[in-house]
Write a protein that binds this ligand. Structure first.
Ligand code: ZN
Length: 271
C-alpha cells in the first residue's frame, strides 16, 4: 500500500545521514559533480544531472511543490532558497550510481540531508515525481523553520505526507474511517508523543495516514494563517497541546483532547 515503504525508507535515511554532518560535504559534492557535470538552475533549486529533459521535469515539479508547501505553511515572509543558497538536487542516472555516490543504504529509494539542504534521487525511482519529491522537499523546508529533533514526529511526517500528490485518495480515506469506526486508530495521547517510527507495518500505515489527515484537518480551520501561527508556536518551544489551545481557541480550548474529538467527528462525517 501507498503509505508504507518509500516514505519511511527515505526518512530513515535522513536520520542516518544526519549523523554524517559538516566537514565532508565539499568532498562529497566534488565527487558527485564528476558523475553529474551538468547543472540546471531554477528559482529555488539547482539540479545536478546528466539528462536535461529529465532534470527539466524534476525541476518544474520541485518548483511547483515549493510554492504549494510554502503556501501551506502560511508563514509571512518565509521564503527560503530565494537568493544565494538554493536547494541542491542530485539526479543520478541509475540506482547504482545513487547508492555509490550518496552513501545511502542499498534498500533506499531516495534520501535527503539538511545541512546544506540537498536531495539525492535517481531516474526511474518508484513514485519519485509524485511522492518522494514533494515529501522530501517538505521535510527540508520544515527543518529550516524548526530543527528536526524539535519537531514532533507526527507533525514532521504528517506535513510531508500531506504534500504528496496522492495521499488523500479513496483507499486511504476508507482505511482511516474504518480504523476510527473500529476504535483501532492511534489515540492522540500516544500519536503526538511517538518518538520512533512504529516497527509494525499496520501501525506505520496508521501513523502516516492519521498524521497527514490531522494536518489537512488543521489547515481547514478558519483562516489558513492559523496553521502558520500554530507552527510558529511549536517553533518557539510550545507543546502541541499549548499551541493548539492558544491558536485555535475556543474550538480546541482543551488542546489535544478537543482536537481528537473534532477530528473523529470529521472523519466519520466527511470521509
Ligand atoms: Zn518523511
Amino acid at each position: 500500500m501507498q503509505l508504507n515503504k518509500p516514505k519511511l525508507i527515505s526518512c530513515s535515511i535522513i536520520f542516518i545521514i544526519f549523523l554524517n554532518i559538516g566537514f565532508c560535504y565539499a568532498q562529497e559534492h566534488k565527487e558527485i559533480k564528476k558523475n553529474l557535470p551538468q547543472t540546471l538552475q531554477r528559482m529555488h533549486f539547482i539540479i545536478y544531472h546528466n539528462d536535461k529533459s529529465y532534470a527539466n521535469k524534476v525541476s518544474w515539479k520541485a518548483e511547483f511543490c515549493y510554492k504549494k508547501i510554502i503556501r501551506h505553511f502560511a508563514i509571512d515572509g518565509f521564503r527560503p532558497w530565494e537568493k544565494k543558497s538554493k536547494c541542491r538536487i542530485y539526479l543520478f542516472e541509475n540506482r547504482d550510481d545513487y547508492i555509490r555516490l550518496s552513501g545511502a543504504p542499498t534498500w533506499s529509494g531516495g534520501c535527503a540531508m539538511d545541512d546544506p539542504p540537498r536531495l539525492f534521487i535517481y531516474k526511474g525511482a518508484p513514485k519519485l515525481i509524485e511522492n518522494t519529491l514533494p515529501h522530501e522537499i517538505t521535510h527540508l523546508i520544515f527543518h529550516l523553520l524548526i530543527p528536526r529533533e524539535k519537531i514532533p514526529l507526527w507533525l514532521d511526517e504528517g506535513m510531508a505526507q500531506y504534500e504528496e500528490d496522492d495521499w488523500d485518495n479513496g483507499y486511504v480515506r476508507g482505511y482511516l474511517k474504518n480504523s476510527v469506526d473500529e476504535g483501532v486508530y492511534i489515540h492522540f495521547d500516544e500519536l503526538f508523543y511517538i518518538k520512533n517510527y512504529p516497527s509494525k507495518q499496520e501501525k506505520k500505515n496508521l501513523f502516516y495516514a492519521e498524521s497527514a489527515s490531522i494536518i489537512g484537518y488543521l489547515r481547514k480551520q478558519q483562516i489558513a494563517s492559523l496553521y502558520g501561527n500554530f507552527i510558529l508556536k511549536i517553533r518557539h518551544g510550545k507543546s502541541v497541546d499549548q499551541a493548539l489551545k492558544e491558536t485555535y481557541h475556543p474550538k480546541f480550548k482543551n488542546g489535544i483532547s478537543d482536537l481528537e474529538k473534532y477530528w473523529i467527528k470529521y472523519i466519520q462525517t466527511k470521509y
